[in-house]
Design a protein around this ligand. Sequence first.
Ligand SMILES: Cc1ncc(COP(=O)(O)O)c(C=O)c1O
Length: 381
Amino acid sequence: MAFELPPSSAKRLDDLYKRLQDDVERFVGYPCTAEIDYRELFRFLEFPINNVGDPYKDGTLKLHTHDFEREVIDWFGRLLQAPENSFWGYVTNGGTEGNLYGLYLARELFPSGMTYYSEDTHYSVAKNLRVLNMQNIMINSQPSGELDYEDLRETIKINRHIPPIIFANIGTTMREGIDRIDRIREILDELAIPGFYIHCDAALAGMTLPFIDGAPEFDFSERVDSISISGHKFIGSPIPCGLVLADRNNVQRIARSIEYVGTLDTTITGSRNAFSPLILWYAIQRWGYDGFKERVASCLENAEYAVKKFLENGVEAWKNPHAITVVFPRPSDEIIERWQIAVQEEIGHLLVMPHVTRELIDEFVADYLNHPDTSSSAADS
Ligand SMILES: Cc1ncc(COP(=O)(O)O)c(C=O)c1O
């Protein structure tokens, strides 16, 4: 029988629910879709499910969702052109874990390798590199957020004797700049680098670019070694999650057989969330390839609308091609607070996710114009 909370505690939950209901109305600054409904999955919260171990090798613990996890990974494998019999993956706790995993595989392959990543890279990556104790060099970015290829070429050239590990951003956090895998490979070919590793951090754009005709390619057909995507970003999830795909041969180098759980230890954490694979699986059933394609197209159109709306009102907003991130001059603290806007130095951004309608964009732009940033740095510039 369900436990009944004392009235004062029940009220705490009611108040929290109301606060979240209110805050989700103006959720435009972070790359997470708010349009989600996973009610069908409630009943699975009755079980102590756990996806411990390798999703492709069931162990002694039967309360798992490995079969659904495999289906999710296989779906992404097809989406990202992974060679059918030689890729592997698992559902992670989010983009950060997938990036940690890619870097871990790279380090096992090239223990004395040098990791290159742009200055626009997500803050968690520098921490991952510290955790893994990997040598690294930060590369300049272009104003779009994309890697500065000239700087990359010159820096690799100086370190030609060290195997390069390229951490490529497939959509940077603030500007959604895309590091071009074809340009990176050109540099590696030109410098005749014999061995290298490429990891793609496709936290957000991993779920948009594959659905956009003519968008830059970053998938396994470009011969990258691993890809990390967040699940709670474009797909949407109440529990942060993601997935990582990698070359199975590289994963086998780190696999250890564990008698205690009767499976292989191939993942970063031991106990793993068995509920988030259900969420991703459910979303794939609900939207499918065509549904996601439509959603991405609609977000792109709305992002273009947002840029136009800002420009019509004299605000210098812009976005990268194929991006749903609209960049504009840093707003006032009032706007940052009310609309949950992520800012970095002189810029802020709007993430045109599936729940961000044109009406919401109009409301945001009007509020932005009515509450200009009057802080000293804005006034000085
Ligand atoms: C480019 C990029 N990489 C990695 C991450 C981290 O992903 P997560 O929050 O899913 O751990 C983010 C989060 O915003 C991101 O924008």
